[in-house]
Design a protein around this ligand. Sequence first.
Ligand SMILES: C[S@@+](CC[C@H](N)C(=O)[O-])C[C@H]1O[C@@H](n2cnc3c(N)ncnc32)[C@H](O)[C@@H]1O
Length: 228
Amino acid sequence: MNKNVIGADHEFHDESFAQGWADRFVPTPERISLFNLILSEIQCTVKTDSCVVELGIGPGYLANHILSAMPNINYIGIDFSQPMLAIASKRLRQYSKRLALVWADLIHDNWQSNFNQPIHAVISTWALHDLGTQGNIFTVYDKSYQALTEGGIFLNGDFIKPDKTNHAFEGGRFETGKHIEMLNKIGFINPTCIELFEIEKNNPTPAQNYACLKAIKFVLVAKQAIHI
Ligand SMILES: C[S@@+](CC[C@H](N)C(=O)[O-])C[C@H]1O[C@@H](n2cnc3c(N)ncnc32)[C@H](O)[C@@H]1O
């Protein structure tokens, strides 16, 4: 990664890199407020026994937060890194009856059509920017739309490029306006940026500047007979 570009290089398939990432990024209070925001949006939108899918579950910090607060939900965590899935599995052992871990590549695999139950929420934090390009993120937004049942919620808390910064950002970090444009194009209802976190335009680090994007899948309204 060019030193002047805000971003990071990762080796998520490497066991010691994955463990090092998990140790370095134990959630801070700011990140926990993002987890709480995602939790409250899920609680307001779906039933208590719903099924939640997390994209890029990593070490399982968000999953731990949601599974401990919602004792009746089922949870599916997807990642393409076997070392990360092993770390998540260890952390989430006590929830194993309500948890499935899926080894899949979010861009290339057909994960969105392989669920045997309706999916009420698709969530993610700090992961989709690692897909590298706006095109790849569009692909995964589209797959998320396909995975969701009608009325389901999509929440992505991820790194962005803040508006009006002079810094260059890696390809997967771009303005919230472009995320909203993509979500609209796919057919989501009312995509919005519900909160910004740790915004630093002048001297940003790769672990600052993230946003929570929210969108709802179209709800089918029952057709009514019209009597003239
Ligand atoms: C920066 S970590 C974030 C982990 C976790 N979401 C968190 O907030 O702590 C990004 C995660 O996304 C996963 N990931 C990146 N690209 C992926 C892809 N194409 N398919 C599946 N998982 C991917 C990585 O393996 C890694 O576990």
